[in-house]
Ligand binder design. Structure first.
Ligand code: SF4
Ligand code: SF4
Length: 435
């Protein structure tokens, strides 16, 4: 449990941030959750009104407040469009931490976040076993998307179509790396992230292929940890702090120019939440976090802004297949990155790029929101799926493995013949086909 002093500090920051909301209600128009439920309690204005006077509410009905706060995708659509600049996500994250500190975490969450997730060696071992044994419980359902479903009635898997754990996670193929850059090229650290490591290792391969092609040096330390967002979004600041400090020991003070990720959520967490939510950092930790915040980029930004894309020539290329793009909320709304991934996609002449309607409408994933509110999460996903299908595409690309999981689920459920890829995979394909 975070120290009371830290909680009081968070509460003060929360109260200062809350007064900015003028209750205009404009966030209703952009909230994907409100669009499905129509409930004021689900939209930012309703939640912020509840938090005003949190101290009193915490004593009266702390579980009720937590439940309402928990029903949120943390997509940031409200903050992105708020005319008053209310820092809605910061407020929600801090309020969850305060309430969890006050109520205490459930023993299950404590075990999952503090014992497993915050201990990368054990977490890797457990998921290795999971990958070996998962065939007993799940069966393949769609070859094109590589999705599976549960063989047995399972409250966790429910009716989901999901991508199973990779038989060989990325960290076993490439446990660590330290290569020098070509002349005039940068050196980057690669922050892999849990979903790419354990479910989409081919995305990690694609990142390394494009970095090698461009002569970029790569530093990849072994036993990287999770960025911490699953713990923090559940209010577990202790596990979050453990993970940030683990990653600082891996990446802090190392000689590289940029830290790249291919996960929009990891990028946003490192840049926005590490500096905001680490409790009592030492001067050295503060300096390391500030340095990493400055250096962290999405892979598409690195390629477009720092290295320079090499679009493949279209001569002799087979007729184009239509490709569309889904903007991950954490990339576009949290970090304002929308053009670079599109430039990366357009560099592959095998595809004809076609915008879908509402490309930046949330896909409904929301991490643990999907686990706890599958029905409404799937309903939000179906709105996204309809726009993907209306674009006429054969492939939908995105820049976040969590969004990839949600897109795979909704497309697989519909039996749609649409592939789901990461933008960097599409660019890596264009490099392979070059003479
Ligand atoms: S969060 Fe922003 S958009 Fe929503 S009610 Fe408050 S001021 Fe208006
Ligand atoms: S973060 Fe997203 S889901 Fe949560 S209140 Fe804002 S717009 Fe709605």
């Amino acid at each position: 449990m975070p120290k009371m002093k830290a909680l009081a500090q968070l509460l003060q920051e929360l109260e200062d941030a809350l007064v900015v909301c003028m209750r205009c209600g404009l966030c209703q128009a952009v909230c994907p959750l409100f669009a499905e439920t129509g409930r004021e309690a689900d939209v930012a204005r309703g939640k912020l009104a509840l938090l005003d006077g949190l101290m009193q509410e915490m004593f009266k009905d702390p579980y009720g407040v937590y439940e309402r706060l928990d029903r949120c995708l943390l997509c940031g659509s409200c903050a992105f469009s708020c005319p008053s600049g209310v820092r809605v996500l910061d407020i929600f994250i801090k309020a969850r931490a305060i309430l969890s500190g006050y109520l205490g975490l459930s023993p299950v969450k404590k075990a999952v976040f503090r014992r497993m997730l915050a201990n990368p060696r054990l977490f890797n071992r457990l998921l290795d076993w999971g990958a070996r044994l998962q065939g007993i419980f799940i069966k393949p359902v769609d070859d094109l998307l590589g999705s599976s479903c549960s063989r047995v009635l399972s409250p966790i898997l429910a009716g989901r179509h999901f991508k199973p754990l990779a038989q060989t996670p990325f960290h076993r193929v490439v446990p660590s790396l330290n290569t020098g850059p070509g002349a005039g090229k940068p050196k980057v650290a690669f922050f892999v992230g849990c979903l790419i490591d354990k479910i989409f290792p081919q995305v990690g391969d694609a990142v390394l292929q494009v970095l090698e092609h461009h002569g970029v040096g790569v530093f990849l330390p072994e036993e990287q940890g999770c960025c911490g967002i699953p713990a923090l979004s559940s209010g577990d600041t202790a596990a979050f702090n453990q993970l940030v400090r683990h990653n600082l020991r891996k990446f802090g003070g190392q000689p590289f120019d940029y830290l790249v990720t291919a996960c929009a959520t990891c990028t946003a967490t490192i840049k926005k939440l590490w500096p905001m939510m680490v409790l009592d950092p030492s001067a050295e930790e503060k300096a390391q976090i500030a340095d990493l915040v400055e250096k962290t980029l999405d892979i598409s930004q690195l390629l477009v802004e720092k290295v320079g894309l090499e679009p493949a020539g279209s001569e002799g290329v087979a007729p184009a297949e239509i490709l569309t793009y889904h903007d991950p909320c954490h990339l576009k709304k949290s970090l304002g990155v929308a053009a670079p991934p599109r430039a990366v996609l357009r560099a592959n002449p095998r595809y004809r790029f076609q915008e879908m309607a509402e490309a930046d409408w949330c896909c409904g994933s929301g991490g643990s929101f999907n686990l706890q509110n599958y029905e409404v999460s799937a309903a939000i996903g179906r709105r996204k799926r309809d726009h993907i299908l209306q674009s006429g595409c054969a492939t939908v690309a995105t820049s976040c493995p969590a969004c990839m999981l949600q897109l795979i689920d909704t497309l697989s459920q519909a039996g749609a013949k649409v592939k789901v890829k990461h933008a960097v995979e599409v660019y890596a394909e264009s490099l392979k086909s070059r003479p």
